[in-house]
Ligand binder design. Sequence first.
Ligand code: SF4
Ligand code: SF4
Length: 323
Amino acid sequence: MRDTLPLLDKIPFPALRRGTLDTLQINVGYRCNQSCFHCHVNAGPNRTEEMAADVAELALAFLKRRNIGTLDVTGGAPELNAHFRRLVTGARALGVKVMDRCNLTILEQPGQEDLAEFLAGNRVEVVASLPCYSLANVEAQRGKGVFDASIRGLRALNALGYGRDPALVLNLVYNPLGPSLPPSQAGLEASYKRELGEHYGIVFNKLFVLANMPIQRFGSTLVTKGEFDGYLGLLQDAHLDANLDGVMCRSLISVDYRGYVFDCDFNQMLDLPLPYGANRRAHLADLMDDDLAGNPIRVSGHCYGCTAGQGSSCGGALKEAAE
Ligand code: SF4
Ligand code: SF4
């Protein structure tokens, strides 16, 4: 795979500083039951990186100590980590909102038969990737059989009250198939609701529309196809300064499976550590009493993926998130 960081680091991006920390995002490992083309984690069934029990307990201690409101659990398929359920129940016992970045097909994996009930029982917000409402487009990006399994997963969640009960939030995530800017979030959400409702009887709360990041598998493919400069130019031309305030790195930290801390999940994948002290990586254990407000954020050319057009964050378009 081609490394895009040397190309990205040549591109200047406006300086950013941290605001108030309200979300702990943890990546519990890179193992996944899928291997999607656009995956910015380069996740797959053969990845072996996994968060261990002591790091999971440290994350829970951090939530308590710093009075963090939201735990956002991602992967790979986060549910495959042996400590996933301990993290969920531990955080919920602290009154923390928990978000699970779920790929839907995991709900049918052996050993996960009770996963949907577990998520519902703990009032976990499910953020589920579904890059289109058409079978052909989903299978082009995520593999054969993924669309039908995703629809079955959504129906199982709906049957438990997800998308209907205000306490059971089900949000979907869209990203473009190729090197283009995503369409308007509001317009696409209306289309998703109509198509999934009419054809499959599925309901959900919101659609998060995200831009593809020019890193990992997607970035490497852009380089191979000679499309990297064109895509970066597209993102830069669409950059809006107004989006800088809302980028997610201002209010969250991203922790890897070993407990090391990054400004966001994308920086984690590029191995760009959060700037901290002289020449050393920050570990979550270092930050128990350290308020990072005002800390500089490690930016690079990929950051235009967050500020182009309507903007892009873990909660979807920035403009619409602010409404
Ligand atoms: S389901 Fe998600 S984590 Fe897994 S390979 Fe696809 S994009 Fe990556
Ligand atoms: S990629 Fe986005 S979230 Fe990450 S540091 Fe850049 S602007 Fe912030």
